[in-house]
Design a protein around this ligand. Structure first.
Ligand code: SER
Length: 574
């Protein structure tokens, strides 16, 4: 099999095993962004892993674009990236360990698919601890398939999730491939980087509760994730991801502009700008907040690295062009948004340029001793120095990084959950109040359109048990009168005790029926449409209350602007 067919073949294989292909979701979690980015294929599936019915069924497969800044320090080695693609298959309460492992094995070793020699594979499994027993079922299955190197490891290595403090989690089994021309060693050494982890089969059988207990999940799920870029490199016969054709045109362009061939810097520039391009393609712009903050950091760290390898002129837009060209076949939205991407990255580079020199002068003054959190924050806030850059510049003098993050949080109220990389999507928290507020958000959306016009498109929403937050496109403050009108319309629907009806249908049917939804977006084959009388009809994964009478009374408590043409409303149910 050729690397270029990997995407197609992966989907094809799991479809032949009765899976349904689902959406490659946005890199920005929709609905409930308690994390900044989608970090794994399972991320948009959380509500379904917790037991909610999925419109496409119990066996799912997809390719998901992901961004993980937790690994940013590792970037520069042979296998780590901030932006990457994850090939995943899921069982939502359907098949379990044996079947999952057998399918992974078949895809990896069969001639028609990856054709990896069995002798080059090794696996790790969960060794057991006080919370859960040793994973003997996985060991037995791997043995039956002829895998010789099976290493039981502890929780640090072979337990996945919860990605936040609570939620679905369980033991996992990781699959490694010997990616070296040297002879395969008899033993598997997880610390030898020539053993590349290619796939992770997670067996989600527990739900970690807020008190730290591991309760068996109502529904046992399988969640697997294969590293696309890693497998792609193996298929192309190269020993690291940057030598694969997904990266060589990018690295070559950087080399053309630079005077040094420092491998680590080249890789960092390529990785960070690639991530930046994909974040920009989601229409995020560099800023000091949330996703924009991460984007700014990525671009500026790349620029700093570029300088270290002797790039003199503005270069990010040139590299971005190459990145778009490499990926546009799989991701046409890059091409569609290319002028936005190019101009924003260039703007950010120029902005950084303007403050860099001044910032360096300030840095020289304070760098006599360990740099305090406050100073590191000042360098960021006023001169846009990414924290990693300050740390690097300060070298052995050191920086109070913890102190920096404290300051950052204080000043930006950057959500703690977000910085810690918690996950959620759909309604990660499915408490009664959250569900009520979710239904209220649908009513609110329709009411906004009725009062302010159809230009009020949803731009995001975030719901917790206390309140709902709803972002929509609108370019001015709502007048008091309009706020009242919106509230009244919603409350009228609540008073009328309207049934909330859920229907499953194809995307086309949903579109024809007039349901609201993002049709520019590729949904799965089947979707749920929630209707509230004639008042609201939206494609949504739910869950919702059964009748609006459950909601109480909606009150809009705040409104503000959150960017050009986007307004945010906070509302509560009283
Ligand atoms: N969620 C698991 C991971 O991220 C498997 O997809 O590794």
């Amino acid at each position: 099999m050729e690397a270029k067919d990997l995407r197609k073949k992966f989907i094809e294989f799991f479809i032949s095993k009765d899976h349904k292909e689902i959406l490659n979701s946005s890199l920005i979690p929709e609905n409930d962004p308690t994390v900044l980015f989608t970090t794994a294929g399972m991320h948009p599936l959380v509500p379904y892993l917790l037991g909610q019915e999925h419109p496409s069924g119990e066996k799912l497969v997809n390719i998901q674009k992901c961004l993980r800044t937790g690994d940013i320090e590792e970037v520069g080695d042979d296998i780590h990236l901030t932006y990457f693609n994850m090939l995943g298959n899921w069982s939502l309460g359907d098949y379990w360990k044996k079947e999952a492992i057998e399918m992974s094995f078949e895809f990896l070793t069969s001639k028609k698919y990856l054709n990896f020699p069995v002798e080059k594979l090794a696996v790790s499994v969960f060794a057991g601890n006080k919370d859960a027993p040793k994973d003997s079922e996985s060991i037995k299955t791997w043995k039956s398939l002829g895998i010789k190197r099976i290493e039981p490891l502890g929780k640090k290595d072979n337990w996945w999730g919860p990605a936040g403090e609570t939620g679905p989690c369980g033991p996992d089994s990781e699959i490694f491939y010997w990616n070296s021309s040297e002879e395969v060693p008899k033993e598997f050494n997880p610390n030898d980087s020539r053993w590349v982890e290619v796939w992770n089969d997670v067996f989600m059988e527990y739900n970690k509760t807020p008190s730290g207990k591991y309760e068996p999940l109502k529904q046992k799920n399988v969640d697997t994730g294969m590293g696309y870029e890693r497998v792609y490199s193996i298929l192309e016969g190269v020993e690291n991801i940057y030598q694969s054709s997904l990266f060589t045109p990018i690295v070559e362009k950087i080399l053309e502009l630079s005077t040094s061939e420092d491998e680590k810097s080249l890789r960092i520039v390529a990785d960070h700008l690639r991530s930046a391009v994909f974040v920009l393609a989601e229409k995020i712009i560099p800023s000091n907040l949330e996703q924009g903050y991460v984007l700014r950091r990525l671009i500026r760290l790349a620029i700093r690295r570029g300088k270290l390898i002797g790039i003199e002129d503005n270069f990010t837009s040139k590299i971005a062009r190459v990145i778009i060209d490499v990926s546009k076949k799989d991701y046409p939205h890059l091409d569609k948004n290319s002028s936005f991407i190019i101009s924003e990255i260039d703007k950010e580079e120029k902005k950084f340029e303007r403050t860099l020199e001044k910032g360096m002068r300030v840095f020289e003054k304070i760098s006599g001793k360990k740099i305090s959190g406050k100073s590191a924050f000042l360098l960021f806030q006023s001169y846009g120095f990414p924290i990693e850059m300050t740390v690097e510049l300060a070298s052995e003098k050191g920086v109070d990084v913890k102190g920096y993050y404290k300051e950052l949080e204080k000043h930006q109220k950057l959500s703690r959950t977000a910085t810690k990389g918690k996950f959620a999507s759909g309604l990660a928290d499915q408490s009664e109040n959250t569900i009520k507020l979710h239904t209220a958000a649908h009513l609110l959306h329709s009411a906004l359109i009725k009062v302010l016009g159809s230009s009020c498109e949803q731009k995001g929403s975030n719901i917790n048990p206390e309140r709902l937050r709803f972002d929509f496109s609108f370019d001015r403050k709502l007048e008091e009168k309009e706020v009242r009108e919106v509230e009244d319309l919603v409350n009228e629907q609540i008073k009328k005790s309207v049934k909330v009806i859920k229907k499953e249908m194809s995307v086309d049917e949903a579109k024809k029926s007039g349901a609201m939804g993002e049709f520019s977006h590729k949904y799965g084959n089947k979707v749920f449409v929630y209707s509230i009388g004639k008042f609201s009809k939206e494609i949504c994964s739910g869950p919702h209350v059964e009748n609006t009478s459950k909601l109480g009374k909606l009150k809009i408590v705040k409104q503000k602007s959150v960017g050009a043409g986007v307004r945010r409303i906070k509302a509560v149910l009283e």
